[in-house]
Structure formats: C-alpha cells, structure tokens
Design a protein around this ligand. Sequence first.
Ligand code: CP
Ligand code: NVA
Length: 302
Amino acid sequence: MGKKIRHFINLPAIGADTLKGILKHAHALKAEKYNPPQLLEGLSLAMVFDKRSTRTRISFEVAMKQLGGHTVVMGMGEMQIAGSETIEDTSKVLSRFVDAVMLRMSSHENMEELARWATIPVINGMTDQSHPCQIMADLLTIEEKLGGVEGKKIAWFGDYNNVCTTFEQAAPLFGFDLVISTPPDLQPAKLGAHATYIEDAKAAAKDADVIVTDTWVSMGQEGKAIEKFMPYQVNPELMAQAKDGAIFMHCMPIHQNEEVTKDVLNTPASVIYDEAENRLHAQKAILAWCLADAGVRVKKKG
Ligand code: CP
Ligand code: NVA
C-alpha cells in the first residue's frame, strides 16, 4: 500500500490537529516571507479554473515560485475535459505530469471524483460547496489580529454560501462560535456544531469578535435578486453592535454598498488586505503539507 495522498478538499477530512499544524507553519512562513525556504524546489503545480479568480490564482502561483516550484495554469474550457475527455483520464494524465493540482471547479462532486483517480494531491481552490483555502487564510488573519480563534464569536451576514459553509465546518475543528444571519428563507435546515442561526442581524452582531460577509451573488448566480439581503448589509450601525476592537473580514471581491458599505471598508476595523495577503502564506503551508507525503521529496529547511 502506498502512502495516503494528502488531498486538501474538505476540512473535516483533514482534521483539527493537522489544520492547526498547517496554520502554525503558515505563521512561520509569513515571518520568512523575504527569505522563503526552498521547500518545493523542482516541484510542479497545475492550476485549473472553470471560474474567474484573482487572489487564488496569484497566491498559488507566487507561493509555488517563492518555495522553488513551478506552475502551469489552464482554464478548464481550454482543456479536453471541456470536450469529451473523462474526469478519470484527465486526473490520471495530470498525475503523470505534475506533483499536485489545484482546481477551482464549480462541481464539488466532480472535484472529489477527480481526486479519487489522482495519484497526486488535489487542492480545492473553491467549489460551489466550499472554499477551504480561504478559510485557512481567514483563520490565520484572526490569529494575527486577535491572538487566537478558539472561543471567538464570528458573525456571518448575507448569503448562506460556499464560504459560510466552510466557516461552519471549521467552527468545531478550531473551537470558535459561528453565528449565521441570513434572510429567513436561507436558514440552514441543519447546523453544524458550534453554529447558530439568528435572523435579526443586529442581534447576531452583538458582541462579535469578527464580522464577516461575502457577495450576495456568487459566481454562477448572476441575475439573482438581492433586495432581501439589504437587512444583512454590513454598515456602521451593524459594526457598532460588535465588541470594541472587532474586525471586519471579506474574502473579496467586494461589491461596495451591497454586502458592505464603503465607510466600513475605510475604518481600521477592516482587515481585508491583510486577509488577502494571508492567502499567500496559507497557500504555502497548504502546499508544503500536501506535498510532504505524496511520494515526492519536499526539502527540509537547511
Ligand atoms: N477570495 C477569492 O477566492 O478570490 P478570487 O476569486 O479572486 O480567487
Ligand atoms: N462566494 C463567492 C466567493 C468568491 C471568492 C463565489 O463563489 O463567487
């Protein structure tokens, strides 16, 4: 039996201890950002996208290169998988060319199928169900800004989407409390451990350590009506409910004056650019973990 391949697709499958170890490594790699250890020298990452991306694409590309590796970037529409080639063949062939693959793929099921055939690590660069790399960067940011995540109250506003559900998965793993405040028709039928639903946005924001939101219209949902989300807009009035020193987070891209008002973005509470930068540091630690036990040689520092 070969070693288990370290896919980074679903946070619960990876486990709390491993995820905490990856975050710890991310802090260390950030501290060494101007002298990055060449952990991934000679290794290659394929990056495949079926949707737009700025942060995910650039942070993975720069992370690989800073750690000594290489990248190949493709739009899924340019690949034979957009014709008649199967997921199985795509996965088996990618596995012969590169050492890991990161995909932004709408269908979570298709990503899991690709991982089943892969002999290299598969990294979830966002599906319609989850965005685990984003949440790792967000937790890194909360640890930096607030000194830790355990016991913190994170309040989510707006759409119940892929980023929110990944916070929900992370809550019991990292021991924070997640409050979800969305229009009532989006109230989750079943909530994860450490998560609660509060319809009233102001009540949900009360004494929160972190106020977080995301677009009301995720990619692929263009044309959706947004009026019902207005009571869940993050504005100064909502921020005033949170704890003193609370931070505002958003995975970006932002739709100003929809899910968040411009005046909130211009306050010191907003940590959105640190959060975006932390995608790079989190990505490095995720790559180092995925590749450390996948039949390729990840260099040890020094
Ligand atoms: N937050 C995030 O994933 O951004 P991109 O869509 O730009 O990659
Ligand atoms: N929920 C958003 C996140 C973008 C990074 C989307 O899926 O489009």
